[in-house]
Design a protein around this ligand. Structure first.
Ligand code: SF4
Length: 333
């Protein structure tokens, strides 16, 4: 097993794929039709440097969350490698995997999924830290006070239960729970999309501050490009299970290379209502991931599509230094 990666490339995902088998209706079985497959993540590769925040964007259903869950082995990958600080965690099992898992944590859209509603904040954090041997029982209270301070909550909140908090506070607790294991890599999966707009900025700023203060490596997943622009160093754009463009954040927003990125940016809501132009919607629905079009997956919706786009699938390639795009006619080549 080749476990060597360049030191800078803290997370290195290589050729990762994840397919789900769909229900096999009786009628299809009787007619001897094969079971349908959904390729949610298809041969995805990327790296994240230590202390970097990579944004992962795309319409809902494009495979972002499946990719995240496959990276942390909540889903078993069909194939591919996931190097975490040089170690291929896709090849780990049992105790070795559990040990490594402590170092990467997820923050979910719905923090309830990681908070036990029947436990006080103190009991919940205590259980997590003692189970994973993060500290001794005598050190727990000190750690809890520190965690709550880090996420901007008072120590008194430790005696309360998740149901007593607002959505924004619960997300702060979700972040505290993730930080309780001293992770070095965090995947934040749509962490603010369920929150009021007025609260979103607070949680985003908190995450950005924590990322910088703790030098965390972050994969930030969102369908909201405004948020991604604010918080990430680089962005990967996903469409129907594939990464179609990757670039530094500001360069991407200034000049997208892939036609899909271009319409995604155009369709993003404008934060300042004074600058709001007409609403723009991406034309058409994405094709079914069970029945992908031949050639480029974006071709049925792309106004630049030519014959070759309907025949050959473009590879993700460098179209400019530091800029990757999977398009036969990248717009900045
Ligand atoms: Fe559009 Fe062709 Fe590029 Fe696909 S390969 S995005 S269809 S121009």
């Amino acid at each position: 097993m080749d476990t060597h990666v360049a030191e800078k490339q803290y997370i290195q995902v290589e050729g990762l794929s994840k397919t789900f088998k769909l229900k096999h209706p009786i009628i299809d079985i009787l007619m001897k039709k094969p079971r349908k497959l959904l390729k949610a993540v298809d041969d995805v590769s990327f790296t994240i440097e230590k202390g970097e925040t990579l944004g992962l964007v795309g319409e809902s259903g494009c495979g972002k969350s499946t990719l995240a869950r496959t990276i942390v082995r909540l889903y078993e990958p069909d194939q591919g490698k996931i190097f975490f600080d040089g170690l291929d965690i896709a090849a780990l099992e049992g105790k070795a995997l559990r040990e490594e898992r402590k170092k990467f944590q997820m923050i979910f859209q719905d923090p309830y999924s990681s908070l036990n509603p029947r436990m006080s904040v103190r009991d919940m954090l205590t259980e997590v830290m003692l189970f994973h041997r993060i500290c001794t029982r005598s050190e727990v209270d000190h750690h809890i006070a520190e965690l709550l301070r880090t996420v901007g909550m008072s120590e008194a909140t430790a005696e309360r239960f998740p149901g007593e908090f607002s959505g924004g506070q619960r997300q702060r607790l979700g972040i505290a729970r993730a930080l309780a294991l001293n992770p070095s890599f965090i995947i934040a999966d749509e962490p603010v999309s369920a929150l009021d707009v007025s609260i979103q900025a607070q949680v985003i700023n908190l995450l950005a501050d924590i990322q910088e203060a703790l030098n965390l490596t972050l994969l930030f997943i969102s369908h909201d490009l405004r948020v991604v622009r604010h918080v990430t160093h680089r962005v990967a754009v996903m469409y129907l299970g594939k990464i179609v463009e990757m670039a530094e954040t500001e360069a991407l927003f200034k000049e997208a290379a892939h036609p899909y990125t271009k319409v995604l940016i155009k369709a993003a809501p404008v934060l300042d209502p004074r600058n709001r132009t007409r609403e723009y919607a991406i034309e058409g629905e994405p094709p079914s991931p069970i029945n992908l079009p031949a050639g480029c997956r974006f071709n049925p919706r792309c106004s630049y599509a030519k014959d070759i786009c309907r025949r050959e699938e473009p590879r993700l390639e460098e179209v400019k230094p530091g800029r990757l795009a999977a398009c036969h006619f990248p717009l900045i080549a």
